[in-house]
Design a binder for this molecule. Structure first.
Ligand code: GDP
Ligand code: MG
Length: 601
């Protein structure tokens, strides 16, 4: 174990594909933490979906031992953080566990949107930022231009520029020296360092060992003999093991001030470990928890339902298992007339929602359907009360509402000059405004915009990619709330509201959205013996209408051949289908009609 003055804790900031994983692997290899065989095995991204999408969802710490040119031995702790804004609270806790950050920029691509958002975050945490230009081996590497962008856009000095190729290994030895020289060592002075404080920056659930807690010790130390206390959740527990990641977990006797590692305790329930909490000794506890703690608040909600209603029990078990390894995912039972039993689920953001659904489909082999996602609106009532509403079902009576606020984001969009006008149109169409336009180089600009989160939930990113032919990049940070003219849109089938299709939308968007859903429902619902109105309504005022024309359905009509048995089979099939019908007044709707509509809108 090295002295605290020889510890360096740092994270890596990079836009996707700029070489974060490759460089991390290269560092591990150069410090003999892993051998050549492990190289490019993507040590750090171990979740399937993470690897596939090249994103990191959990923080992965790894400890390296490095003998520098000055002859001294250093302990380097790399905390690989999730780079996406959905996980910005987790990123902020990982950053709070570090003193420095490597900022990696691809010399062929230049600064991208995600680089900007995460650099802001690192600056807020007062981290020492070391800019690194990667992929200098590429024929199209433009080092001068990339340096200029880092200086101009990110306001970071490039005096001692570091040029590397993670692929060939060129320059990486210099990078190791720079980490030792430029990242400040941890400092500890709280209450004369007799009291222990450790920051919880992530945790994973292990079936055999319970919760493995990732910690950075700020003051004092933690050993296997200790009884400890969590200052925020007020839980007490007994330590069973402490260790470091090399990169696989390796037990050690103790973790001292400055160290990054893990601990295993008697805590079995992941819900008892809160990211950002402070661990202290039960004996001689710290009085002040570490700053920056926030309870996790989901930003995006939707209803999730099993497509096959008889799979509800399997679905419930899958959701519970998922919760074990994802403290940020929230759920509670809800039921819908159209879709049966399911869960109202909360996510940190869009990517988190997408990944969770993907995991349910893949890891748990579930066929699921989701209702239209929603953000959390702050509804100010006339009596002064403020309601947080994400589910249209709980929308209060309009006569009681004074005004409604919606969450907004500050988005950074980097695009080619020739796509600016199309992108401006998209931003306007999504009720956004452009705050700032900066030119990156002769070909690209960065737009800083404010956009309502609700508007970018569905297809913003895809549209951005398609109008820019894949060249534009976007990232955002949360920008608080603003007052907006939001309304609840109901969809009525034969005069009765269908809960699964209600949504909270901006007034200017309500008519087009209403029309779209009515149209889709009209296409999906089979004709009845009478005509059925499909209407969109705000506060009982109809704003759009379609009609499903009356039609006596003869399913056998298209079988002109005389095969009676085929006819009978078809009629039987139709009868069986009736069992899965949902009743709306006099209207029968097959559940699969609702599902097909939810898929198209
Ligand atoms: P991440 O998304 O930031 O983790 O990026 P990766 O480390 O997965 O790298 C993305 C792609 O860039 C991979 O195909 C790497 O092989 C490639 N790459 C990474 N570093 C270099 C480099 O220095 N030179 C070249 N030519 N390619 C690199
Ligand atoms: Mg990667």
């Amino acid at each position: 174990m090295v002295h605290i003055a020889n510890i360096r804790n740092f994270c890596i900031i990079a836009h996707i594909d700029h070489g974060k994983s490759t460089l991390a692997d290269r560092l591990l290899q150069l410090t003999h933490t892993i051998n050549e065989r492990h190289f490019r095995d993507q040590m750090l991204d171990d979740m399937d979906i993470e690897r596939e999408r090249g994103i990191t969802i959990k923080a992965h710490p790894v400890t390296m031992s490095y003998t520098a040119k000055d002859g001294q031995q250093y302990e380097l702790n790399l905390i690989d953080t999730p780079g996406h804004v959905d996980f910005s609270y987790e990123v902020s806790r990982s950053m709070a566990a570090c003193e420095g950050a490597l900022l990696i920029v691809d010399a062929g691509q230049g600064v991208e949107a995600q680089t900007v958002a995460n650099t802001h975050l690192a600056m807020q945490h007062k981290l020492e930022i070391i800019p690194v230009i990667n992929k200098i081996d590429l024929p199209n590497a433009n080092i001068k231009e990339t340096c200029r962008q880092i200086e101009d856009i990110l306001a970071i000095s490039m005096e001692d520029e570091l040029l590397v190729s993670a692929k060939t290994g060129q320059g990486v030895d210099k990078l190791l020296e720079a980490i030792v020289k430029r990242v400040p060592p941890p400092s500890s002075n709280y209450e004369n360092n007799e009291t222990t404080r450790a920051l919880v920056f992530d945790s994973v659930y292990d079936v055999y060992r319970g919760v493995v807690v990732y910690v950075r010790v700020m003051d004092g130390e933690i050993t296997t003999e200790d009884n400890v206390k969590l200052l925020r959740s007020t839980k007490e527990t007994e330590i069973k093991e402490v260790g470091i990641f090399c990169p696989e977990p390796r037990p050690v006797k103790k973790l001292s001030a400055g160290a990054v590692g893990y601990l295993v305790s008697t805590i079995k329930n992941p819900g008892d470990i809160w990211i950002g909490d402070t661990i202290t000794q039960s004996k001689n506890p710290a009085t002040q928890p570490l700053p920056g703690f926030n309870a996790i608040h989901p930003m995006v909600f939707c209803g999730l339902y099993p497509v096959r209603t008889d799979e509800y029990e399997k679905f419930r078990l899958s959701i519970e298992k998922l919760t074990l390894n994802d403290a940020a995912f929230t759920h509670h039972v809800e039921s819908s007339v159209a879709l049966g039993f399911g869960f109202r689920c909360g996510f940190l953001g869009l990517l988190h929602m997408e990944i969770t659904q993907e995991r349910l489909r893949r890891e748990f082999d579930m066929d699921i359907i989701s209702t239209h996602p929603s953000v959390v609106f702050k509804i100010h009532l006339k009596n002064g009360e403020i309601m947080d509403i994400d589910n249209p079902v709980n929308f209060p009576d309009t006569t009681k509402i004074d005004h409604i606020e919606e969450p907004i984001v500050n988005a950074f969009i980097i695009c080619q000059n020739e796509h600016i006008s199309d992108i401006l149109k998209l931003v306007m169409d999504k009720r956004g405004s452009v705050m700032k336009t900066e030119s990156m180089d002769t070909k690209r600009v960065m737009l800083t915009c404010q956009l309502p989160l609700n508007e970018i939930l569905i297809d913003f990113h895809d549209t951005l990619k398609s109008i820019s032919h894949g060249y534009a990049s976007m990232d955002y940070e949360h920008g608080g709330y603003q007052t907006s003219d939001m309304v609840k849109l109901d969809i009525l089938l034969n005069g009765e509201a269908v809960d699964a299709f209600s949504c909270i939308v901006h007034k200017t968007k309500s008519e087009s959205r209403g029309r779209q859903i009515c149209n889709a429902l009209k296409e999906a619902i089979p004709s009845h013996m009478f005509s059925i109105p499909v209407q969109a309504a705000i506060n009982k005022t109809i704003i759009a209408r379609e009609t499903i024309k009356a039609y006596r359905k003869d399913v056998t009509a298209k079988l002109y051949g005389g095969d009676v048995s085929r006819k009978r089979k078809l009629l039987e099939k139709q009868k069986a289908g009736k069992a899965r019908m949902k009743q709306f007044g006099k209207v029968n709707v097959p559940q699969k009609a609702f599902i097909s509509v939810l898929k198209t809108i």
